[in-house]
Design a protein around this ligand. Sequence first.
Ligand code: PGA
Length: 226
Amino acid sequence: MIIAGNFKTHHTRSSTLKFCRELDRYLSSKKDKEVTIFPTLSSLPYNDFAHLKIGAQNAYGAKNGAYSGEVGADQLLELGIKTLLIGHSERRGIFKESNQLVRKKFEFYSNEGFEIFFCIGEDLPTYQSGKTKEFLFSQLDRIDLEYPKLIIAYEPIWAIGSGESAGLEQIEEIHSFLREIGVKTSVYGGSVKPSNAQDIMNLKSVDGVLVGGASLELESFCSIIG
Ligand code: PGA
């Protein structure tokens, strides 16, 4: 089971390190869980924990260069980091990342052999008008779904940070649709918390969860891990 925590712009360098060390200790007895933490970029520790991976929440599609405010592959690889989250709805919404830019990042980092959590998800009007599947399909346009280290994260925008996850039926329906179009591995994100995580992870077509708010406290994240 894949369980990932997206810290967004929470935690500092020291609290991130403390969290990861304690989590690593907790995970020493949890062999079947594949846990990744995505800290803020300025808090990225070396990816040298025994039982968890460190990933980056964002990166520019270049090794290095004149891209002020961004990090590239060189900076991540120096830390031993080969896992990347791209296309999060906050990047797409607040920072205006287009499908084209997200695709370029995917192309660059898949060429570099990174594991990629690729986020997709519809907004409320799209959901309400019953156009979710077409919309998700368009977000995956020209993405190589055969890439073996690709994990699609389905995160309906209306469920992120709202306290209300999508319903189990909706989650299963979308993940089984993703299987039909050729996605091999997919996780769900959007208000995952200790009280709903197990039910979501028990769904047939779901390979795990991507957790925002409920990953920030160690106790809550560990109870999601189980
Ligand atoms: P949330 O965030 O768990 O706080 O809803 C999920 C995400 O944005 O990845």
